[in-house]
Each structure stands twice: as C-alpha cells, then as structure tokens.
Design a protein around this ligand. Structure first.
Ligand code: G1P
Ligand code: ZN
Length: 543
C-alpha cells in the first residue's frame, strides 16, 4: 500500500477553541481542510511511532468519512495501531475511557458536542492526550502553529474499510482494531456502581426515562440501562444516533429537552429522568415534577458518594468551576476535604485529578464527572444518581430537600444574552472592570457589596496563572453575581450572568428560583447597564 505525500496550503483559521477545532460542516468540506488539521496534530506530537491511537466520534454528519481519512493518515504517519469504535462511534467519555484502559498514546475525537449537526450544522475534531483528557494549551497552540505552516500531509491509498463490525485488519503496516464502542465503558461503569442494587430498583417498579436526544448515548444507555440493568424497553428514548440529531439541538437543559421536561412535570410523571448531549458528556437530572440544578447535583453526589462502590473509600477532594454555585463547598467543608474553584472549562480539572487532589468535579453548565476518566460524563452521572436512589429508597425531591435542610439551599440561575454585539459586550465587561475598585461598600438595591474582583486562577499543580476569568460581585449576606462572556459561541458574543443566593432556613426552601433571585437580577441588570448595552429587555435563555 503506497503512502502518498499530498501538497497542500495552510488554512489561516485552524485555531482550536475551548474544545478542539469546531466549524460548520461546509468549512470542513473544503478539500484538504480535515487532512491539514490532522497532519498538524501529528506534526505537533513526538514519540508516537508504533504506538496506539484511539479514534471515534459522536456520529454526526461526516463522522464516518472523517474517521476513515484519519485512519489512513495515522497509518501513513507511523502509528502502530488504531482502536476505532464500530461505525466510527465513541462518546467523548468513552473515548477517554478507551485511551486510559489501553494505555494509548492519545486519541482523536470527532464531535461538536451539543451543537446541531447535519449538512448545515457543525463538525469538530479534538486531540486528547494519554491521560484521556483534552490536550492542554501548549499542545493546541503547537497544533495551530503547525497548521499555519503546513505544506504537505501523508496518507495511504484509499481502500475499502469495513468499520461496521468488530474485527482487525491492517492498513499498510498499522493494525486497526474495530472495537465495540460500548464494552470498555460499560465495564468501567459496572466497577464503579452497584449494578445489582440498581437492577433491584428497576425490578421493584421504579420507572425512568433517558432521552438520548438522537445522539451518541443511545447505544450506551440502551446497553447499560435496558440490557444490563433490566430497565424496561422504552426507558431509553430517541436512542438511535442520527447524523442530524433528528433536526434537534442535542443539549440537555430545560429549553432543548422540552418533551422530557413536559413529561416529568405532567400527570404521567415517572420517578426519574435524565438526558445527555450530542457527544455524551453533559447530563440533566429530573425527578418526579422536579428539576435538579447541576450545581445541586454535584453537591448531592459528593454528600452521598460513599454509597457507590467505586467511591466507598471517600473522596480526595472536589472541584467546581467558579460560576458554579457554592453548594458543593458546604458539603466539602462538612466532609473535611478540599474544594477547588477553577475557571470555566473542563481542562482545568485534569491537573487536579492527575495529581490525586480531586475525585469529583462539575460545572453549572450540566457537566459532572470524576477521576474515572478525564472528560465530563453524562451517563456516569445518571448511574451515580440511580445508585444513590437504589440505596436511599427516597424520591429525588425528598433527597434534595433533605440535603438542603442539612446544608442550606443555594438558589441559583444563569441568564444568557446570546448573539449580542461583540463590541457592546466588551464595553459592558470593561465598564464593570473599571468599577471594581469602587464597588466594595456600595449599596446596590437592598444589598451591600462586600467584594468585587475579576477572577484569577493559579493552578495549584503547575503554577500557571489564568486571568480575566469573570467578574464577581459578592454581597455582605452571601449572595453573588458573576458576569462573563462565553468562550464557545459562534455568533457575536454571549453574556452570561450567574446569580446565587444562599438560604439556610428550610422554612424558606420552597420559593420559586427566579423570585428568590429577583433582587439580584435587578441589581445585575442595573450595575452592568445590560439593557442599554445589549439592547435586550430580557435574557435569551434562563437556566
Ligand atoms: C460553556 C460552559 C462551560 C463548558 C463549556 C464546554 O462554555 O459555560 O461550563 O465547560 O461550554 O462545554 P462558555 O460558552 O461559557 O465559555
Ligand atoms: Zn458535549
């Protein structure tokens, strides 16, 4: 089989973002576009000759074709072996699991997470390192540098490749193992959680719905929940991955998982429901007529972690992103373990986990995970909840209320202003930054500002400093408002306003969240001059 060297020219804008290179499908369809980026990944790495590469993606439009190209390029560049999910499929957490389990050199994950798919949707590609986590900035920067100077790429001749069944073949001198995308991951889940207790729960009539949103977790949830744990057929809905996610927006939240939410707040509401996103790393947890905020979910998992066999020995520590509510902090304090506050984005958790400082971590944006892999993990969170429910034998709402009664309740909401003018958004943030010094001591509405800063993080493991991670305004009675601009948006700017108020008294745990936060919402709009600068009366999305 001949290795071809193909001449090419750089594309100027192949800069990996928060989670790899994410562009419209039409951009990826330009000749050599994908190949250039893949070669730039390989050119930025050293020492992979003869080593193993993991390849798989979320099944969106273009996934299988891109997988075959990557295999041909991996062979031409000297990898010894590729582990590829059947049909080119691997959820993001499963890719992380496979990399770790097989001690691979790294992996290439094809995904644009919760962004819509299909010919007019988005496509994405990212490189994960040997710990199973997203490549750190020094590597993504190197990939970008290579992409700007690329002149040629290497690829073996096109051949028929059967990726639709588990088997092994060779491409030039490289071995290709087509693996079951679910098996390794399901095996890991069985080690972490009490599958027998969860099976009994289903046998005793407990009913749940898992909405895979026509995305990658369908096969994982069907195998684990229905085949292994005995949940009835029909538990998993929208379980067949579709290249365009059925035209939907595969993001598990109250806005995009509308039907599931309607069912769980309706007459026929089941005991438990959950949804996951396009690539399987996000999760939403619902009880019978009850929504669990991701921040509360992290706190409850932390408080009950030892009920799951994989965490029976306790937790090394926990971490949350700065805008995530401080609910978990109170649990960490009670457990006498460390709680780290990191900037937004999963990459900041990797160092803490590699150093053994943290076992569980999470973000308010429907991301929860642990050191079992180095990505957030949607189905893992669902199984953790099921394990806890199986042991505690209480409804979700009762568990959560008991938790609040013990630790207090952090009323929490995020208001997003999407697609606002980028210059106005910067003006708003600059305005806030300029006020930081004069804010402490000032009265805003009925509240007094205690602290105001622009969050800066020093990584406790490698000492690296990340500045400008969000404006925080803290009030004397413990409430806070955080302002930051999204780093993942594609159109204009998205202003995110995070609002949080702590309420210790269980007699006041029944309020509507937006009402409980009404004074903070009014202060936020006023202090940042949101209506004038964004031209918006109201946020686009309220979570
Ligand atoms: C958003 C979320 C953040 C998450 C990231 C990737 O980033 O807010 O928590 O890690 O997506 O899933 P943002 O758009 O706010 O920069
Ligand atoms: Zn995702």
């Amino acid at each position: 089989m001949a290795i071809q060297t193909i001449q090419t020219r750089p594309f100027p804008e192949q800069k990996p973002g928060t989670s790899g290179l994410r562009k419209k499908v039409t951009v990826f369809q330009a000749p050599h576009y994908l190949e250039n980026f893949v070669q730039s990944i390989f050119d930025s790495l050293e020492g992979f000759a003869g080593q193993t590469l993991v390849v798989g993606g979320d099944g969106r439009y273009g996934n299988l074709e891109a997988t075959k190209v990557i295999l041909r390029m991996a062979a031409a560049n000297g990898f010894g072996r590729v582990l590829v999910g059947r049909d080119g499929l691997l959820s993001t957490p499963a890719a992380s699991c496979v990399i770790r389990k097989h001690a691979a050199f790294g992996g290439i994950v094809l995904s644009a997470s919760h962004n819509p798919g299909g010919p007019d949707g988005d496509f994405g590609i990212k490189y994960n390192i040997g710990n199973g986590g997203p490549a750190p900035e020094r590597i993504t920067d190197a990939i970008f540098e290579c992409s700007k100077n690329i002149r040629e790429y290497r690829i073996v001749d096109e051949v028929e490749m059967a990726l639709d069944r588990e088997h092994e073949f060779t491409l030039d001198s490289m071995a290709v193992h087509v693996i079951d995308p679910v098996a390794d991951y399901a095996g890991l889940m069985a080690e972490l959680f009490d599958f027998r207790a969860i099976s009994y729960l289903f046998q005793s009539g407990f009913r749940m719905r898992f909405d895979a949103m026509h995305a990658i977790t369908g096969p994982y949830a069907t195998e684990i929940l229905q085949n292994r744990l005995g949940a009835p057929r029909g538990t998993v809905i929208n379980g067949v991955p579709l290249a365009d996610f059925g035209g939907g927006h595969p993001d598990p939240n109250l806005t995009y998982a509308k039907e599931l939410v309607a069912e769980m707040f309706g007459e026929q509401a089941l005991d438990f429901a959950a949804a996951s996103d396009g690539d399987g790393d996000r999760n939403m947890i619902l009880g019978h007529r009850f929504f669990v905020t991701p921040s509360d979910s992290l706190a409850l998992l932390t408080a009950n972690a030892t009920l799951a066999p994989g965490y029976a020995d306790g937790l090394a520590g926990v971490a949350r992103s700065m805008p995530t509510s401080a609910a978990v902090d109170r649990v960490a304090e009670a457990l006498d373990i460390d709680c780290f506050e990191t900037p937004t984005g999963w990459k900041f958790f990797g160092n803490l986990m590699d150093a053994g400082k943290v076992t569980l971590c999470g973000e308010e944006s429907f991301g929860t995970g642990s050191s079992h892999v180095r990505e957030k993990d949607g189905l893992w969170a669902v199984l953790f909840w099921l394990n806890i429910l199986a042991v505690r034998q209480q409804p979700v709402e009762a568990l959560m209320r008991e938790h609040w009664a013990k630790y207090g309740r952090n009323y929490y909401s995020r208001h997003d202003y999407e697609g606002v003018d980028a210059v106005s958004a910067e003006t708003l943030m600059t305005g806030l930054r300029e006020e930081l010094k004069t804010l402490p001591g000032r009265q805003l509405g009925q509240l007094t500002v205690a602290t105001a800063d622009d969050f800066s993080y020093t990584d406790p493991v490698d000492g690296s400093v990340s500045r400008g991670q969000g404006i925080r305004i803290g009030f004397s009675e413990g409430s806070r408002i955080v302002f930051r601009l999204s780093g993942t948006g594609t159109e204009g700017a998205t202003l995110r306003v995070y609002l949080e108020r702590f309420e210790a008294d269980p007699a006041h745990h029944d309020q509507d969240t937006q009402q409980a936060l009404a004074d903070l919402i009014a202060i936020a709009v006023d202090v940042a001059d949101i209506q004038r600068l964004t031209g918006r009366e109201l946020p686009t999305v309220i979570i």
